[in-house]
Design a protein around this ligand. Structure first.
Ligand SMILES: Cc1ncc(C[n+]2csc(CCOP(=O)(O)OP(=O)(O)O)c2C)c(N)n1
Length: 323
């Protein structure tokens, strides 16, 4: 098993809490009517984002989805600019014009959240082809959902990636539902990972709520890709605790899944592991959460105090206009 030392454990736990607390606060602010637009939260899926991104280097890229806060945070996006974007403020990643699904930071290797389901994989193979052509050893990890996996775009991306042995990791967050449709309504097989056989590369299904499993399996896939051995499809079985979007009444879920007592919490799982293995002390574990709590409060303050975009800049960054 991959060794988790105390420095790594602290980093991982801090990231897990950053994702959790950023999104819990987003949920609250959305309910309070503070945040405009639409938000899709990944609460319950934190181990996927954090484990996968930790296995990458800073110069590697990710492509993300409509449920992308966790991916962006885990890959190193700035919490203040992210929160500002959600508030629609001019200090946000897209100057407040895009909101939750328009967070990108190329310097941090984040090629963007993406509202077009499935297209994270096509963007990823483009970036991977560029790395391969330039003979760079960087890799690209594409996050997508099991719903996206049924789209033509994902099939085409995997097919080309298999033929050209592109340095890409296809990371499917298999969270049981695509919008309101349960897995078995739109997927005719038990595991999405079985599809990799059709593209000529390795596929594996893992416990997406187990951070150590996610991290070690992505490390393995990254090693293959970096060494010119092509893609891996990793299907991480996980749970989306909230609705498809905030405000979704979730009538399609059985009541047992809505009961918090039954939630398989990836953070508790990881903390239990750290305690059992005596990697860091309980006091340190508690301190990490307190530190992150303050960071999120700071990010909210930063967003609140930032300016709304002025009307004068309405036509800036617009590529086509009649004016
Ligand atoms: C090309 C495209 N088709 C349909 C939609 C509408 N849509 C938004 S999210 C979603 C389901 C995505 O499910 P999945 O890929 O499993 O991701 P999850 O929401 O579970 O994270 C759909 C169909 C879209 N945004 N883009």
């Amino acid at each position: 098993m991959t060794k988790i030392d105390s420095t790594l454990a602290k980093t991982l736990l801090e990231k897990l809490w950053e994702v959790r607390l950023f999104e819990e606060n987003t949920s609250r602010l959305y309910k309070e009517g503070v945040l405009p637009g639409f938000v899709h939260l990944s609460l319950g899926q934190e181990a996927c984002a954090v484990g996968a991104c930790q296995a990458l280097q800073e110069s590697d890229f990710i492509t993300s989805t409509h449920r992308g806060h966790g991916h962006c945070i885990a890959k190193g996006a700035d919490l203040n600019r992210m929160m500002s974007e959600l508030y629609g403020k001019e200090t946000g990643y897209s100057k407040g014009r895009g909101g939750s699904m328009h967070i990108a930071d190329v310097n941090a290797g984040i090629l963007g959240a993406n509202g077009i389901v499935g297209q994270s994989t096509t963007l990823a193979i483009g970036a991977a082809l560029s790395f391969q052509t330039k003979k760079l050893d960087n890799v690209v990890l594409a996050f997508f959902g099991e719903g996206a996996s049924g789209s033509g775009a994902v099939h085409e991306a995997m097919n080309i990636a298999g033929i050209w042995k592109l340095p890409v990791i296809f990371f499917c967050e298999s969270n049981k539902y695509a919008e309101l449709s349960p897995f078995d309504v739109h997927v005719p097989i038990k595991n999405i990972s079985d599809r990799s056989k059709g593209y000529g590369f390795k596929g594996i299904t893992i416990d997406g709520n187990n951070l150590v499993d996610v991290y070690s399996n992505v490390l393995e896939a990254v090693k293959l890709a970096r060494n010119g051995n092509g893609p891996t499809l990793i299907e991480a079985k996980t749970n989306r605790w909230h609705g498809h979007y905030e405000g979704d009444p979730q009538k399609y879920k059985p009541s047992s899944e809505l009961d918090e007592k039954n939630w398989d919490d990836p953070i508790i799982k990881f903390q239990d592991f750290i305690k059992k293995e005596k990697i860091i002390s309980e006091t340190e574990i508690d301190k990490i959460k307190e530190i992150v709590d303050k960071k999120i409060i700071e990010a909210i303050k930063f967003a609140e105090q930032s300016k709304n975009p002025s009307a004068e800049i309405l036509l800036e960054d617009v590529y086509a206009s009649d004016f």
